[in-house]
Design a protein around this ligand. Structure first.
Ligand code: FAD
Length: 519
């Protein structure tokens, strides 16, 4: 069998890359592209409109952001200082299973394996024997989070435990500004102004140029649509279509408001279930970020805003701001010579802080498949296949939190509990219920540990434990768990508090004043 080469579309050399939008997605894309491609062969331009502005929320991240920052060569302390950032070790879910219940979805290792047995095998058996109740005392990230401690991993340290895994809480607007400085210094050209028209090539429907309000035409070989929910190129110009997931994820609005922080900052995000959705609480150095993500079918805007404002830790620092969205994704993330990244590509509520990560993984996928001469449809198809799968796996993980609830105290939660879920998620739940094994693809975002925390935290328990855990006598099992708990406690005892860590390494006080002057 022979394979004819796929028809190449747009045969010119791809050198002019135009990024449309200067939110977090736009500047992350600009920074990594210019860093990887260098100023030599490609011209990277970014267009943004101050009048339109950015979404301006998005403050919790997950650990892979460290890889992105390291790829750019950013110093972590400087990054935290510039973004008013704090450390995130976990997400606390409050009242999700039932009112009064709380659990942590922590990053990092789930205990320590013994031989070939996973820690959860031993813990599950001990739990059945009445020797262990909660799993949190055995998880380094969980204990450090609860006790408000943090230390950076130190390769010289001798310990039987894996070090803490961490992400950050950041002001995403400041992060975009930080990356803008980085990208402009390396040659990205920024143009301010509103795009009023997209010019398509007659023969193949590719985007040839965008036209700014002042009449300037900016042409490009490849366009990256980072224009946010509106999808200026991918949707408004190319009519790509949207796969709507609101039948699975019905929350469609959020109120967001910053407030003063009362006391120290916890090294974790908190998500508290509310009658028609959930409320986030994200501690930054200078304030707390808060928001109520809700379903407009189940609560009025006024009532949702009132619920949010009644549940702040400190005085509100601004009027609440409303955001509207639909869960789902573009039918194609890459269509012709347009690649949609960020909110232009799709949106899932920030329950597991995945949007900024989806930006990061889309950029690295684009760099891997970056065309040289023309756009080969096979590359676009591969980009779309991998992106769709990534979105779907994250979607199912988010749905799990809603579906596995015992709450029946409001129509919203009753619907969440009773609504059908994707078949793939049902399959995964069944595998876990059988023997505590997590079924997942090797390259998907959420690790076995993440699934474990959320399964157990949401009350999905295995019927049996793995036979490897039976190799220990009951006495040895008790000792193993006791030693483990003590080792975790000892490590955490030796850590500074999160507040001390920030004060010593990356306090942003002086920066706050300087930024005020430039805002
Ligand atoms: P935007 O911020 O909307 O930027 C769009 C850009 O396009 C702007 O610069 C705008 O000026 C420009 N633009 C648009 N139209 C034009 C035009 N005609 N001409 C010129 N320029 C134009 N993510 C997380 O990872 N963690 C979180 O905790 C989190 N929380 C969130 C909470 C809510 C309620 C929402 C809605 C989102 C949250 N996100 C979170 C997502 C996060 O905010 C976004 O993924 C991130 O900010 C990227 O946004 P963006 O750059 O794609 O779009």
């Amino acid at each position: 069998m022979t394979f004819a080469p796929a028809t190449e579309q747009g045969t010119g050399t791809i050198r002019d890359i135009v990024i449309v939008g200067g939110g977090t997605a736009g500047w992350m894309t600009a920074a990594l592209l210019i860093h990887i491609l260098g100023p030599g062969g490609h011209r990277v331009q970014l267009l943004e409109s101050e009048e339109i502005g950015t979404v301006g929320v998005g403050e919790a991240t997950i650990p892979p952001i460290g890889i992105f920052n390291r790829a750019l060569g950013l110093d972590e302390d400087d990054f935290l200082r510039q973004t008013q950032g704090t450390i995130k070790l976990a997400i606390e879910f409050v009242d999700w299973l039932r009112p009064g219940h709380r659990y942590l979805h922590s990053f990092g290792a789930f205990g320590r394996p013994l031989g070939l047995g996973h820690f959860q095998d031993f813990w599950l058996r001990a739990h059945r024997l009445g020797m262990a109740d909660d799993w949190e005392p055995y998880i380094l990230n969980s204990v450090a989070a609860r006790r408000g401690r943090f230390v950076r991993p130190d390769p010289r340290r001798q310990s039987p435990l894996e070090p803490l895994a961490h992400a950050f809480h950041i002001d995403a607007g400041l992060y975009a500004r930080y990356l803008r400085q980085f990208a402009e210094k390396r040659g990205v050209r920024r143009r301010e102004g509103k795009i009023v028209r997209t010019v398509l090539r007659a023969h193949d429907g590719f985007v040839d140029a965008v036209e700014m309000a002042d009449g300037t035409r900016v042409r490009g070989d490849l366009f990256i649509d980072c224009s946010g929910f509106r999808g200026l190129l991918i949707e408004q110009a190319l009519n790509t279509g949207f796969e709507d997931w609101s039948h699975w994820l019905p929350c469609d609005r959020a109120w967001a408001v910053p407030c003063a922080s009362a006391g120290g900052f916890t090294p974790y995000t908190r998500s508290t279930a509310r009658p028609a959705g959930w409320q986030w609480r994200i501690p930054l150095q200078h304030r707390l970020g808060n928001g109520y993500v809700y379903s407009s079918r189940h609560v009025s805007d006024d009532e949702a805003a009132a619920t949010l404002m009644a549940n702040l830790d400190g005085e509100a620092l601004a009027e609440p701001r409303q955001l509207r969205f639909t869960a789902g994704r573009r039918r194609k993330f890459w269509n012709r010579n347009v690649v949609a990244i960020g909110l232009a590509g799709g949106f899932m509520e920030p329950l597991e802080s995945t949007s900024i990560h989806l930006v990061q993984s889309a950029i690295s996928r684009l760099i891997t498949l970056l065309p040289n001469h023309g756009v080969d449809p096979a590359m676009a198809e591969e980009f779309n296949r991998a992106s769709a799968l990534e979105y779907e796996r994250i979607r199912d993980f988010i749905i799990l939190h809603y579906a596995a609830t015992e709450r029946a105290d409001s129509p919203f939660w009753r619907e969440c509990r009773d609504r059908p879920i994707p078949e793939e998620l049902t399959r995964r739940i069944r595998v876990f219920q059988a023997l505590g094994r997590v079924s997942r693809d090797l390259d998907e975002l959420f690790s076995e540990v993440s699934w474990l925390h959320v399964f157990l935290g949401q009350g999905i328990w295995p019927r049996d434990h793995h036979p490897l855990a039976d190799q220990l006598s009951a006495e040895d099992l008790r000792r193993f768990l006791e030693d483990m708990k003590m080792a975790v406690a000892r490590e955490v005892d030796a850590m500074p508090t999160h507040a001390d860590f920030i004060a010593r390494h990356c306090r942003a006080d002086s920066l706050t004043d300087s930024l005020k002057g430039t805002a």
